[in-house]
Design a protein around this ligand. Structure first.
Ligand SMILES: [Zn+2]
Length: 95
């Protein structure tokens, strides 16, 4: 394991900044979730890889979709959109 030690300061609200290089290596971007793990006097932060909706980050009623997870609500919205797109295509074909 490649270990890096950096000194970061905690602000008045208890926040720290994760350096851009580390975020890039962990594939973490704005809005992503991380797990904060406290163990024996240490804190470890790692990318959250649990089952959340790819679109809205919902954790309830999740089902797999290809290599991702998607919630029932988003799946319904995507299905409704694809159905309306198909009807538009069919109408254009008839003209
Ligand atoms: Zn969703």
């Amino acid at each position: 394991m490649n270990k890096s030690v950096l000194v970061r300061y905690i602000d008045s609200l208890g926040r720290i900044g994760i350096p851009a290089g580390i975020r890039e290596r962990l594939n973490i971007t704005n809005g992503d979730s991380v797990e904060v793990i406290f163990e024996e006097g240490s804190i470890m932060i790692q990318r959250y890889t649990g089952e959340t909706c790819l679109i809205c980050r919902e954790t309830e009623d999740i089902s797999p979709f290809k290599n991702f997870f998607i919630c029932a609500k988003c799946k319904h919205e995507l299905t409704a959109n694809s159905t309306s797109d198909k009807s538009l295509t069919d109408n254009n074909t008839k003209v």
